[in-house]
Design a protein around this ligand. Sequence first.
Ligand SMILES: Cc1cc2nc3c(=O)[nH]c(=O)nc-3n(C[C@H](O)[C@H](O)[C@H](O)COP(=O)(O)OP(=O)(O)OC[C@H]3O[C@@H](n4cnc5c(N)ncnc54)[C@H](O)[C@@H]3O)c2cc1C
Length: 405
Amino acid sequence: MASVAVIGGGVVGLFSALTLSQRGHEVTVFDDGRFDQGCSFGNSGLLVPSHFVPLACPGIVAKGLKWLADPTSPFRIKPSFDPRLARWCWLFQRSCSVAHVERSSPLLRDLALESLAQYRHLAWTGFREAGLYMGCTTIHGLEEEAKSAEVAMALGLRAEVLDEPGARKALPGFEGAGAVHYPEDGQIDPSRLMEALVGQVKSHGVALLREQRVCRLALDGGSAVAFGKDGSPIDADWLVVAAGSRSAELLRPLGHDLPLVGGKGYSFVVEQPSPSLGAPVILVEDKVAISPLGGQVRLGGTLEIGTKPGEIDIRRVEGISTAARAAFPQFGTTDPPSGTVWSGQRPCTPDGLPYIGGLKGVSNLTVATGHAMLGMTLAPATSRIVADCVEGGIAPSALDPMRFS
Ligand SMILES: Cc1cc2nc3c(=O)[nH]c(=O)nc-3n(C[C@H](O)[C@H](O)[C@H](O)COP(=O)(O)OP(=O)(O)OC[C@H]3O[C@@H](n4cnc5c(N)ncnc54)[C@H](O)[C@@H]3O)c2cc1C
């Protein structure tokens, strides 16, 4: 059995810690914050096997370019002279091929279904068999979603295309052209899940060290050594780097410059309207996620690259509010109460697949990051792969952190 230091206490780090401790390893988690920040806390909480198409897919670059001109759109990339960002963009557009989507979709489906099986099985996760509606405001949007539904069904997932009356019946108040229903998708409340996860790992004997930033990694004869905030080396046989969007900067001194950017998103909570919303909806054209949580509804969206973490662009937030109110006019207001907008940095790889696995020339380290929009969905399956890696197994080659080297 190994002593394992997990760097990062987000959903990926904590699920990895849980699985490793269940397999008998001695685990310590180092988190920069207090296990209540990072991207895993205020997200939309949707668990989505239906999202088997990676972020890098045909058509997305053209759509992104169109969105760049609109300050309220769901996408922004801040121009800069950063050569790493330029390289990421180049690799991203290169990955946007049909062949990449066809190769990646079965893997994403399998990892998501494996994760959902775990969520379902673990009562403490608060998993809700909620389903998901992809709500389309235009006929063109519905036609495109119907094509995706066909692919989903070919991949063995359940999907149903609803015309306008069908969508209105399923989603009272919905103003749109139709929807696609994915009944197998699920939902959790992210902050409750994270609280429960902290409790679970503690009860399995994992040491949780808050406000303990790992400041540096270094190589010592083929092994990685982590240094804590007091500058002293951390005593561990194995390191798991699950530091979200900040993982790449930690790994650089080991001689590996993984392309990874933070993709900022926003969310906020508003009151349930009447008639109330029962199931989660993603507004396809506006990329807004609407997640009902009891008496409240969380609205989330946008992907901003190259902007400062924590900085809120109120025009994008207004874009989310406006889209939600237009689709569901029964909302009295969808404006966020003052000071309540949450933002998180999604760790984004250039091909939309996570990085899970080891690094060449480093004998004792597993990387687990890059889950972009799917971190909550894929965390349990990721933790199984991480634990396999620690025990000498290998991750699927499509997830190899060195695939762009
Ligand atoms: C608006 C929005 C909506 C989303 N909706 C969904 C959704 O519906 N479904 C879904 O599946 N996913 C969703 N996501 C994506 C999901 O939130 C992320 O993929 C996921 O949270 C990433 O988890 P993580 O553990 O990799 O990173 P994080 O949660 O960011 O955790 C990383 C942790 O590492 C710590 N850390 C960083 N550097 C160090 C260091 N040097 N030393 C110690 N600790 C360090 C940080 O403090 C942080 O706690 C959404 C994201 C956003 C922004």
